[in-house]
Unconditional design. Structure first.
Lengths: 115, 114
């Protein structure tokens, strides 16, 4: 089945630790995105990538880092510099932007909790 | 920044009734999309309406777009308990500025009672 897979579903981080969230897609999409969702809130864009080996900061990139070495993969690292990392993280992908947006496909999310 | 703002924040109805959710946005757009999110899950795309369209249908969903008022509405007819979820509108920006990025509103929580 084609889709976008996030792992793990639940992740616990100790204060001061870096953690990496995985996102893999087999939809052959060039564009991939990371969003953060806080309780009762909408989604806020952390980072996005339109093509392999290139990525751009979104609205709330501080304390996060990404890489895009393969088309299929867009891992997100939550660093110790992120002071309030407890949230629900969603990865998405879409077809290349050609002047108009197409639909985004989302993974099932990773819930990160700081303990 | 939140481009889309949904109204109401929460909506509670009985099965069989219609549900209407509204979305307002601030800047010009190429298109507007609606997504659904079940509790604790990812988002699922429902419908996309382009800036030159005024109304679009998909099954029990009807979406309208008024670019002069910068607003959109999502109507779910004959609602079912399974429609219980959060609904989000998402907008892109005018050409050359968004590169596929979507800006989401805060969502409307819909509860449909059996």
């Amino acid at each position: 089945d084609g889709g976008i897979t996030q792992s793990p579903k639940y992740l616990f981080r100790k204060e001061g630790q870096n953690v990496t969230l995985s996102c893999e897609q087999n939809l052959n999409h060039d564009a991939m995105y990371w969003y953060r969702q806080d309780p009762g809130q909408g989604l806020r864009l952390i980072y996005y990538s339109q093509i392999v080996n290139d990525f751009q900061k979104g609205d709330i990139a501080e304390g996060y880092s990404v890489s895009r070495e393969k088309k299929e993969s867009f891992p997100l690292t939550v660093t110790s510099a992120q002071k309030n990392p407890t949230a629900f993280y969603l990865c998405a992908s879409s077809a290349p932007w050609t002047g108009v947006n197409t639909e985004a496909f989302f993974g099932q999310g990773t819930r990160l909790t700081v303990v | 920044s939140q481009q889309g703002e949904e109204d109401p924040q929460a909506l509670s109805i009985q099965e069989g009734e219609n549900a209407t959710m509204n979305c307002s946005y601030k800047t010009s757009i190429n298109n507007l999309q609606w997504y659904r999110q079940n509790s604790g899950r990812g988002l699922v795309h429902l419908i996309l309406i382009r800036s030159n369209e005024r109304e679009k249908h998909s099954g029990r969903l009807r979406v309208t777009l008024d670019t002069s008022k910068k607003s959109s509405s999502l109507l779910i007819t004959a609602s079912r308990a399974a429609d219980t979820a959060s609904y989000f509108c998402a907008t892109d920006g005018p050409g050359g500025t968004s590169y596929g990025k979507l800006t989401f509103g805060q969502g409307t929580i819909l509860t449909v009672h059996p």
